[in-house]
Design a binder for this molecule. Structure first.
Ligand SMILES: Cc1cc2nc3c(=O)[nH]c(=O)nc-3n(C[C@H](O)[C@H](O)[C@H](O)COP(=O)(O)OP(=O)(O)OC[C@H]3O[C@@H](n4cnc5c(N)ncnc54)[C@H](O)[C@@H]3O)c2cc1C
Length: 411
């Protein structure tokens, strides 16, 4: 086969497409605008604190099977924590552990000692209509916002999974997340721990494999324009010149939605985005701190305890973008040190604000997601914003890349 595939964008969608194609022996060139691969899922050495940190702590669960397959394909053995989630209620100071067990069935729903305190089996059964399907509606129309289940589990979970204020979130995307994780029992809900950082797990081993398979990886190579002729792409224009796309060649455009719409005329795609803020503290957590703590009613939403650092995640965080950095780092530290009972002054910290972390997972924005095929037969779209059926997640991005590679292999 003489086919040559140009993949534009070396985030996880582009990388997963490249891995799939290159392992099948197809010639691939990967073009990435920035100096590093990984896109919105990357780590770096932070000069200010000396820490090796992620742009944002990413939560992945064992039920994210495409992501787990991708890690295995690039030679990484995933490290899973048990499916026990500690929650702390900032208003009352109360805490509990949601124990999801390790089975394939959500038995925890039937066990008062495992499920969310002060909830009954009936509270969970009431979610059935949403889970079965139907039209995509804002979650405020389908969830009982006065229930303890909402306050103690559904709201914190959906803010994190959808990166949106829960009432405005898409019921379809919420249901899909629940179907692929919570409803599959604890065996699908074990969190993956990336102690050495996201790039060490997702990016460096992939680049290593791709290079060994002969893939040309062009960093700082931003696509500026696409030349089309009737029903196909005929050239890609970069700053350093144009690359002709032959009759057997194909292009996978794996850039974020806002970049894709500027390159492809008339493309309908999500056009509203939401921020995520992470604060990383250069201090070891107390012995025995669980890997994750969900926090209700405070600024911090999730606390991640790594061996030598503590990271805080706040989703749907546009309201925090204008707050002074020092003030936010101090507020979040005060909350963390209370919750983890640490009597320590503000450690060295770094705050990362990702303004367009994900598209806004509302029904309206979800309806704007395009499928992978375009009207140009050799141009395929990939990325967490394409119509994957999932919110903007690692799993969605990797599936979209895998799907794009599959479409190319069929042609
Ligand atoms: C702070 C934060 C926290 C998150 N937390 C989670 C989480 O807990 N769990 C989870 O599953 N997901 C999480 N996500 C979402 C996850 O990171 C994304 O869904 C995923 O990384 C998207 O991958 P992608 O390849 O679709 O896009 P991107 O990662 O955006 O990759 C696109 C690539 O295209 C490149 N590019 C753009 N324009 C051009 C051009 N013209 N030419 C060449 N290259 C170009 C970009 O530089 C980039 O490298 C989080 C995201 C952020 C930002």
């Amino acid at each position: 086969m003489n086919k040559h595939v140009h993949i534009v964008g070396a985030g996880l969608a582009g990388l997963s497409a490249a891995v799939r194609l290159a392992e099948a022996g197809i010639a691939v060139t990967l073009h990435e605008a920035t100096r590093q691969a990984g896109g919105r899922c990357r780590s770096y050495d932070d000069a200010a604190t000396g820490m090796h940190i992620d742009n944002g702590t990413h939560l992945l669960l064992s039920g994210n099977h495409a992501a787990v397959d991708y890690l295995r394909a690039i030679g990484v053995t995933p490290d899973f924590a048990p499916a026990n989630f500690r929650f702390v209620d900032g208003a009352t100071g109360g805490s509990w552990i949601l124990r999801l067990g390790d089975g394939r069935f959500p038995a925890w729903i039937f066990d008062a000692g495992s499920r969310v305190p002060r909830t009954s089996l009936l509270d969970y059964l009431k979610l059935a209509p949403m889970l079965i399907g139907g039209a995509d509606r804002p979650l405020r129309e389908v969830l009982d916002r006065d229930s303890e289940l909402y306050r103690r589990l559904l709201d914190p979970l959906m803010v994190a999974a959808l990166n949106i204020d829960t009432p405005n979130g898409s019921s379809k995307l919420a249901a899909q997340i629940a179907r692929e994780t919570l409803l599959r029992g604890g065996q699908a809900c074990r969190p993956l721990v990336f102690e050495s950082g996201l790039s060490t797990a997702f990016v460096a081993p992939a680049l290593d494999r791709l290079q060994r398979w002969g893939v040309a990886i062009k960093l700082e190579h931003e696509l500026e324009a696409i030349t089309r002729s009737d029903d196909r792409i005929v050239a890609l224009r970069f700053k350093d010149g144009e690359i002709a796309i032959g009759p057997d060649d194909a292009v996978i455009l794996a850039v974020p939605a806002y970049a894709a719409t500027s390159l492809v005329p008339d493309l309908t795609a999500p056009d509203e985005f939401r921020a995520i803020v992470n604060v990383h503290y250069d201090i070891a957590p107390p012995q025995g701190t669980p890997f994750m703590t969900g926090v209700i009613g405070q600024t911090v939403e999730w606390i991640f305890a790594f061996k030598s650092r503590i990271s805080a995640t706040i989703s749907h965080a546009d309201r925090l973008l204008t707050l002074p950095r020092q003030e936010l780092a101090q507020t979040v530290w005060r909350e963390i040190s209370d919750i983890l009972e640490m009597d320590a002054p503000l450690p060295k910290w770094q705050l990362v604000r990702e303004r367009r972390a994900t598209f806004a997972a509302t029904p309206d924005q979800n309806a704007r997601r395009p499928s992978a095929r375009t009207r140009w037969r050799n141009l395929i779209l990939a990325g967490d914003w394409t119509d994957t059926g999932l919110p903007a997640t690692i799993e969605g991005a990797i599936r979209s890349g895998r799907n794009a590679a599959g479409l190319i292999r069929q042609t």
